[in-house]
Design a protein around this ligand. Structure first.
Ligand code: ADP
Length: 302
C-alpha cells in the first residue's frame, strides 16, 4: 500500500512508530504536514498539492491532527476522502470528538455513562448550574484546554462560583462536572482499534494531584479492565464513529464514566505500559479494511 501520515512532525513518537510499522510491513509511507498542503476544489476534480507537487495515488491516510490545527487539518483530510483515499479515522469523526460539548451530547444520547455535566454560556444563575451537577465539589473545565491545563477542582460552593464568575468575565467556554472523587486521581485509557480495546493503561496523578495526565507528572501502568469498562469504551468509539481512538474512563461508584474520547491518541504511553505493538495493529487494521472510496465524505453522508 501507499500510505500518508498527516502529521506536523515526523520526529514525534507516534508518527515515527507508524512509519516504522508500515515500513516493516513493506508499505510505502510518507509523512505529510497538513498545514503545507494546499488544495483546489474544482467541480468533480479535487486536488491536493504539497511542496509544488500534486499528491495522488495514496491507498490510505492516517490522520495525526493536533487539537490546535483541527480546522485546517480536517479540511485536508476531507480532501483526501474526496479523492477516494481510505481514512483511518474520518474527518467527520475527528471534528465530532474535538468538540467536547457535541461529543458529550452524542454520548449521553446513546446512553454512555458519563459524569453529571452542565454547560452554559453566560449563566446568571451560578447556583442553579452547580445544583444541576450535584453541587460542590465540582470540576470546571475550559473547553479549549488539553493536557489537563484549564481543569480546576473547586472544592466549595464559594470557590466554584468565583471560578465560574472569573471565566464568565473572560468570556471563556467551560463545562462544570461532578467531581468523581472515588477515582482517586486515576483514570483508565482504553486504546480502541476497529471496535476492540487492544490495550489499556491506568494513569495515576502524582501525590496530591487529581489530574492523571502524564504531562502533569502522572504515571502509567498496565491495567485489566472490567467487561463494563470494555463495553463503555467500545460504545463511545462507535457513537463518535472512530476506528482508532483513546477513550478515557473514570472508575466511579456507579460504574465506568467516559471523560473524553481522543481521536489522535498518543502511542508512547500505551505502548510502553502494555508492551504491545499498537502501531503495528493500526497498520494491520488498514490492511484489512481499506477499500478505495470507502469514506463517508464520498458517499451519501457528506
Ligand atoms: P484534558 O482534556 O485537558 O486532559 P480532562 O478532562 O481529561 O482534561 O481532565 C484531566 C484530568 O483530570 C483527567 O485525566 C482526570 O484524571 C481528572 N478529571 C477530569 N474530570 C474529572 C472529574 N469529573 N472527576 C474526577 N477527576 C477528573
Amino acid at each position: 500500500m501507499k500510505l500518508a501520515v498527516l502529521s506536523r512532525n515526523p520526529r514525534l513518537y507516534s508518527t515515527r512508530r507508524l512509519v516504522e510499522a508500515a515500513t516493516q510491513r513493506e508499505h510505502q509511507v510518507r509523512v505529510i504536514d497538513p498545514l503545507r498542503c494546499y488544495m483546489s476544489i474544482a467541480t468533480s476534480n479535487p486536488e491536493i498539492h504539497y511542496k509544488g507537487q500534486r499528491l495522488e495515488g495514496f491507498d490510505a491516510v492516517i490522520p495525526r491532527i493536533g487539537a490546535s490545527i483541527t480546522f485546517y487539518g480536517t479540511a485536508v483530510l476531507r480532501q483526501f476522502e474526496m479523492l477516494g483515499t481510505y481514512p483511518l479515522n474520518e474527518s467527520q469523526g475527528i471534528s465530532r470528538s474535538r468538540d467536547k460539548l457535541r461529543s458529550m451530547q452524542l454520548l449521553s444520547r446513546e446512553g454512555v455513562g458519563m459524569p453529571a455535566t452542565g454547560f452554559a454560556h453566560s449563566p446568571d444563575d451560578t447556583d442553579d448550574l452547580l445544583q444541576l451537577v450535584g453541587g460542590a465539589p465540582v470540576v470546571i473545565k475550559l473547553l479549549e484546554g488539553t493536557q489537563g491545563i484549564g481543569v480546576v477542582l473547586a472544592e466549595t460552593r464559594k470557590a466554584s462560583s468565583s471560578v465560574i464568575q472569573a471565566l464568565r468575565g473572560l468570556k471563556a467556554h467551560f463545562l462544570v462536572q461532578e467531581f468523581v472523587e472515588e477515582a482517586g486521581g486515576a483514570d483508565v485509557r482504553c486504546l480502541i482499534i476497529g471496535g476492540k480495546v487492544v490495550a489499556a493503561m491506568k494513569r495515576q496523578g502524582r501525590e496530591g494531584e487529581f489530574r492523571s495526565n502524564l504531562h502533569r507528572g502522572g504515571s502509567a501502568e498496565l491495567v485489566r479492565i472490567t467487561p463494563a469498562e470494555r463495553a463503555t469504551a467500545t460504545k463511545a468509539a462507535k457513537v463518535l464513529g472512530l476506528n482508532v481512538c483513546g477513550v478515557d474512563i473514570l472508575r466511579s461508584n456507579s460504574g465506568p464514566v467516559v471523560m473524553e474520547v481522543n481521536s489522535s491518541p498518543g502511542l508512547e504511553g500505551i505502548e510502553r505500559a502494555s508492551g504491545k505493538d499498537v502501531a503495528g495493529r493500526i497498520i494491520e487494521f488498514i490492511e484489512r479494511h481499506r477499500k478505495p472510496g470507502k469514506t463517508g465524505t464520498r458517499g451519501r453522508r457528506g
